[in-house]
Design a protein around this ligand. Sequence first.
Ligand SMILES: [Zn+2]
Length: 230
Amino acid sequence: MLDISEFWRIPVSLGAIRALGVVVGLGAGVTVTGVGDRRGGPLVVGVELVGRPCCGGCGGRVHGHGSSTVRLADLPAFGRAVRVGWRERRWLCPEESCAVRMFTDQDPTVAPPRARMTSRAARHAARRAGLGRAISEIAAELGAGWHTVMAAVHRWGSALLEADTNRVEGVTALGLDEILMFRRGRYRDKHWGTTIVDTRRGRLLDIVAGRSADGATAWDCHFLCVRGVV
Ligand SMILES: [Zn+2]
């Protein structure tokens, strides 16, 4: 049962914008600039970074030079699809000898450059895909396009796989098998992959592109030889 006394730990003096920022939860360096609520559409949360950055080249003061807004798919909230409208400000460095002339706001905790989903939504999608959910299901859940979700899963899933070295611990024998991944093009050309399996535990470790020995050998060297597993 919920203990109502817990609520007293929440600072009740939060201003409306700050309170909204806590609900949206994109970090202390981000402020909410507005909320768009068009009937039948996703909830659109406008955000921008707080404060004026320094030049990354010379560390000097920079001047504002307009902005553009990117629209990012985010996690659903309150039963609705959500889009984050991030107003990315552009900045000019006035120092003539500086190698940095112009740059835009960047905050990978919101989204990496050129992404179409927030970082948290992309991590969520990658985790779901890792559990075997179809990309189309995840896209429907987030109210996002198939290609948007696939790009995010590829980007974040690759990083997660690279960081996950535990799965190769204790591997003593590998099994390789070619698999037809998909057909593409006018002549429905076959595109192959090679599955790499821990044969002792019967566990899939990875899939590499192609069915020649090169891809699997490169994977072996990267994950096993270099780490001294075998
Ligand atoms: Zn500079």
